[in-house]
Design a protein around this ligand. Structure first.
Ligand SMILES: Nc1ncnc2c1ncn2[C@@H]1O[C@H](COP(=O)(O)OP(=O)(O)O)[C@@H](O)[C@H]1O
Ligand SMILES: [Mg+2]
Length: 288
């Protein structure tokens, strides 16, 4: 039966993903003793940068972006425009097709040092099948008090008050809503005090109230960090320093929201006047 085959296939795929994820986690946990230098600044320079996945079709094309330390950047664009690929590229998931990315003035940091310095709240937040403590602090680097303070900052202190930090979360965090999972990821990022934070906004199931709460906490606690937010709600990024608009892998605008409104008003004006002229010339043509 095709249904049974596909269920079996999914089961195998799930088992494979689980094994790979566990192996990766073990490898990462082992490397916790690796030495690394924390970033001094969250400055990011992307120059003439092109990026592709295994099939080598460029999904980012000749991108140039200068992001200053502490900037709050919004990234928008249609589905498939390359927004998530920009994050993937900065994490060096694949080598670039061409161009460079310089973070805090350096290009050739080790992968470990690069990735431990970055934080992400992904579109589908990741929860480990482990305690609240391990989920917040996988490298066991912070004190009990620091963990409770963070739980308070993300509004989850009461939720785990009874069972404490050893409360077990299930794989995929089924007992948590998407918003709460995002909050746990936010807590993880806050503890790390990363100089660069990426947020790939969740499109579904995050109510406006949780969304607003997440945004307020980010503004408060990442005041001094570079925050790059892929936004689905314009409201999230209207007060960004700059907005990057991606279209089919190309960066088509990188301006302050104010400047973008000006540009779009000018475009509207010129579109209207062109239309009027075309209308008039059509009229003239017909009169003849
Ligand atoms: N892992 C992948 N392997 C191959 N192609 C991918 C992969 N992830 C994304 N893509 C392709 O890259 C392009 C940009 O995707 P993505 O960065 O996810 O866009 P966005 O986040 O703007 O919706 C799309 O054409 C998508 O199909
Ligand atoms: Mg995406």
């Amino acid at each position: 039966m095709p249904d049974e085959i596909s269920t079996e296939k999914n089961k195998n795929k799930f088992e494979f993903n689980r094994k790979t994820a566990n192996a990766n986690l073990e490898r990462i946990l082992k490397s916790k003793d690796n030495k690394y230098e924390a970033l001094k600044s969250g400055k990011v320079s992307i120059r003439d940068f092109s990026y592709a996945y295994a099939n080598n079709n460029p999904v980012l094309k000749s991108i140039n972006l200068e992001i200053n330390h502490g900037d709050k950047i919004g990234v928008i664009g249609r589905t498939g425009a390359g927004k998530s690929s920009l994050i993937s590229a900065l994490y060096r998931i694949r080598p670039p097709l061409s161009g460079i990315v310089e973070i805090d003035g350096q290009i050739d940091r080790s992968l470990f040092e690069l990735r431990i310095n970055l934080s992400i709240i992904p579109q589908e937040p990741i929860i480990f099948a482990d305690s609240v403590r391990v989920n917040l602090d996988p490298f066991d680097s912070y004190s009990e008090d620091e963990l409770w303070n963070i739980l308070e900052s993300i509004g989850l202190k009461n939720k785990f008050k009874e069972d404490g930090l050893e409360h077990e979360l299930d794989e995929g965090g089924k007992t948590l809503s998407v918003g709460e999972k995002q909050l746990v990821c936010l807590g993880r990022a806050m503890l790390k005090k990363s100089k660069i934070l990426f947020i790939d906004e969740a499109t579904a199931n995050v109510d406006l109230e949780t969304d607003a709460f997440i945004q307020t906490q980010i503004r408060k606690l990442f005041k001094n960090a570079t925050v790059i937010t892929i936004a689905h709600r314009l409201k999230t990024i209207v007060d960004s320093d700059k907005i990057a608009i991606l279209e089919k892998g190309k960066l088509v605008e990188f301006e302050s929201p104010k400047q973008l409104i000006k540009v779009s008003q000018l475009r509207c004006k010129s579109y209207n006047s062109n239309n009027r002229q075309r209308h008039q010339s059509t009229k003239t043509y017909h009169t003849f």
